[in-house]
Structure formats: C-alpha cells, structure tokens
Design a protein around this ligand. Sequence first.
Ligand SMILES: Nc1ncnc2c1ncn2[C@@H]1O[C@H](COP(=O)(O)OP(=O)(O)OP(=O)(O)O)[C@@H](O)[C@H]1O
Ligand SMILES: [Mg+2]
Length: 358
Amino acid sequence: MTTPRLEIRNLRKAFAGREVVSDVSLSVLPGQVTCLLGPSGCGKSTTLRIIAGVESQDSGSIHVDGQLVCDGLVSIPPESRSIGLMFQDFALFPHLSVTQNVAFGLHGAKKANTDRVSELLAKVGMSRHADAYPHELSGGEQQRVALARALAPKPRIMLMDEPFSGLDDRLRDDIRDETLEVLKEEGTAVLLVTHEPGEAMRMADEIALMRGGVVVQRGAPYNIYNAPADREAAGFFSDINVIPSEVQGALIDTPFGQFLAPGFPDGSAVDIVIRPQHLKIDFDRGGRGPNPTPAEGTAARGIVRRARFMGAESLVEFVMDYDGSVLKAQIPSVFLPNPGTPLWIMIRRDRCFVFPRN
Ligand SMILES: Nc1ncnc2c1ncn2[C@@H]1O[C@H](COP(=O)(O)OP(=O)(O)OP(=O)(O)O)[C@@H](O)[C@H]1O
Ligand SMILES: [Mg+2]
C-alpha cells in the first residue's frame, strides 16, 4: 500500500475552551487532491493552519511520508515541513518582478533556479510576463504567478485555502482546471479548503466533508453526492426535498407509494430525502394524472406556486394537495409552467435517501 503523503490523526484544537477541531483524521496520497469542504466556521482553516505549522494542536499527530512532523511533543518548524501554501489573500511581493517572485523561495544554484522558474512560468502560461510587476497583471495572472511561486521549491504538499475565491466565475473555472493540471503534473499532494461543493466536486479526488469540527464523511465526489451520510450531508450539495414519514413493517407508506425501509424498527420517524432533479412531473389529464409505474411509483398532485427559468433548467415549486407541503423540482427549461397549474409529481425511488429523523 502507498504511504500517504500527508496523514493526520485525531487532531484536536480548542480556542478559549471551545473546541473548533474535534478529532479530525484524514490522509492524502501523492498526486491526489483532497478537499476539506464544509460551512463557514466548521474548522477548515484551523485544520490547515495546524498542518502548515502556524498553529499548534492540543492533541493528534501529523505525518508526512510516514515521518512524524508534529504531535504533542515533537514539532518541526513550518519552513522545514516541505509544505507550500496558497491562501485567498496570497500576496505577491509588489516590488519584485514575476521571475523574482517565483524565485523567491529557491536557494539552490543560480542556473537550476533559473531553469525551475522558466519551467514553472511555462506551465502556468506566464512566460511572456516574466519581467512584469504584479500591479501590471490581472487577478487571474497574479493567481498563476502565486501558484508558480508556491510550487517552485517542489513542496511535497500544497495547502490551499479558498485560493480561487477572489476571482470571477468564468475565470475561476479556467484557473481551477489549469491549476489542477499543474498540480497533477508536479505530483504534489493537495489539501484544498473550500466551502463551495461545486468547487470540491470539480477539483477533488476525495472530499472530506466537515461540520462542527468533525469530518462527517469522506469519499470520492460521486459517492459523497450519491450516498450522503445524513440529511445535512445531502443538503450541503444541493437543494433537497424532505418527506417526513413513519416506518411500519419495514415499509414506508407515502403519497408517492411504498418505500422499503429495511432495518428500521416499527414506528420510527424517518425523512425521505430527494434532490429536485430527481422529481418527474406529468400532466393533470383532467385530474387523473399518470398511471403508477414500477420505478417511479405513484404520482401525487400539486399546484405550481412559482416557476423560475434558470437557463438550462427551470426550478418549479409545488404546493402538494395531500398536505400543503412544498416540493421543488428541477426540470428541463423547455417547460416553464404558470403558477396555479395543477401537475403530477413522481419521485425516482432509486434516487431517494431514507434517514432516521434527528
Ligand atoms: N485564533 C483564534 N482564536 C479564537 N478563535 C478562533 C481562532 N481561529 C479560529 N477561531 C474560531 O474557530 C472557528 C473555526 O474557524 P476556521 O477559521 O477554522 O473556520 P473555517 O471553516 O475556515 O470557516 P470559513 O469557511 O468561514 O473560512 C471559528 O468559530 C473561529 O471564530
Ligand atoms: Mg477559512
């Protein structure tokens, strides 16, 4: 088995008696990108700062390539950890040229340094700006230089804290993809902090979903999205619909037909959770609606409350006849029903999650 480039075990940190990192464990393999994803204040940056060595943990250990970097007793200073940093407010040195900025952290022979700087500027597409000064560059160009500078000393690990949040949307997508390509080429292990699920899914080989100082789920983006650990984890990645229900005889009876609930005791309260894109809508047909199908089950009627055109899709909110609750559907934008229209909704049962109610 490959030794993880970075391995963190049972990290804890409290500020003034309040624990903000509680028992965080994770590992990153060489050439892999792990995203630490979670809402504001959940302890992402604190975790990163401890790994970088600018903050110290109360307990837990960090290993790089199997070697102890810090625990309660030992602590290697930040500059000896072979860790590159890139933060949101990455500052290039304003009085140094692009070349000088990238060369800043290099201590080897002059020729080797010059070669490394040229190599990196070519990789990030900034060769023709080699002699420019930071104020002469756009935000995206500065970002590229910052990446080259962080990679110049060939760090074994790159820690990135919301490094793309200062860029506008379109540029951000391009820079993310380019950055990822360069990082993969360099074989660096990356731990990237973000609170944006889209960014995490786009960049990560593995996502560590964090909440309240704890990693609640770890896995490939596909698995985390399609098999969330709980209702909150499901809701972190998209809008969700929640259908509160009760289990009887390992079955749940709902207006959308029966659901299997193996392992749930009789009478337990559960939430059926489904993302808006997994609702299917059909016409009223004079109040009859569609026939039940084996995959989609029974349809239930609702009245359109609001419909928004979003470009590729429409977001439609329904008030359901059966109890007045609201369900949201995401449907192709060729269809934009008027408020007040009665329509029938089916839910894809293979796309539902059943969670015990909190
Ligand atoms: N040096 C500090 N002293 C006291 N409290 C701190 C310190 N650093 C962080 N905290 C607190 O710890 C909690 C976690 O902060 P942290 O910066 O790790 O969150 P985050 O997940 O990075 O959030 P965001 O997405 O907003 O950047 C916050 O409540 C913050 O106020
Ligand atoms: Mg932060």
